[in-house]
Design a protein around this ligand. Structure first.
Ligand code: FES
Length: 147
């Protein structure tokens, strides 16, 4: 795949840890993409629209390397976009992010590579933590309970 030209999505100082920055489709040239500054200190990017419905993940809640949709609480791994809990069943689309000095470079349309995918923690083990309607997270879930 030909590497797209990066977009300067903003500066690291503009997005405090635990916050997001929505990059509109007019800027990305494709779809709206959200850049997340995870509580772990790492920056990630996913398609903004939740794969379950018309909700903006930019308005979701970050916990560690996980984003929770503000609409129905589906959770996605920020590292690789894997869906971690219902009601979403489709993974989110990832985009590569690079930090260059203070600039956040977004490679819209370039997914995280397979190596990063394999290194990510969470996807396999967190899949065991699917929260069913009315159920809290199961014992041993590395993310912990919702509240
Ligand atoms: S719209 Fe995101 S979980 Fe339903």
């Amino acid at each position: 795949m030909r590497q797209p030209e990066p977009i300067i999505a903003g500066t690291t100082g503009e997005i405090p840890e635990g916050e997001t920055l929505l990059i509109p489709a007019e800027t990305t040239g494709t779809v709206a993409i959200t850049v997340f500054h995870a509580e772990t200190g790492t920056f990630y990017a996913l398609d903004d629209e939740c794969t379950h419905g018309a909700a903006s993940l930019a308005e979701g809640f970050i916990e560690d390397d996980v984003i929770e949709c503000p609409q129905h609480s589906a959770r996605f791994c920020l590292r690789n976009g894997k869906v971690l809990s219902l009601p979403a069943t489709v993974d989110a689309t990832t985009h590569q992010v690079e930090i260059d000095g203070e600039n956040i470079l977004l490679y819209a349309g370039l997914p995280v590579d397979e190596a990063a995918d394999a290194e990510s923690v969470g996807a396999t083990s967190l899949r065991m933590c699917h929260r069913l309607p009315g159920e809290r997270y199961r014992a041993g879930c590395p993310v912990g309970p919702l509240e």
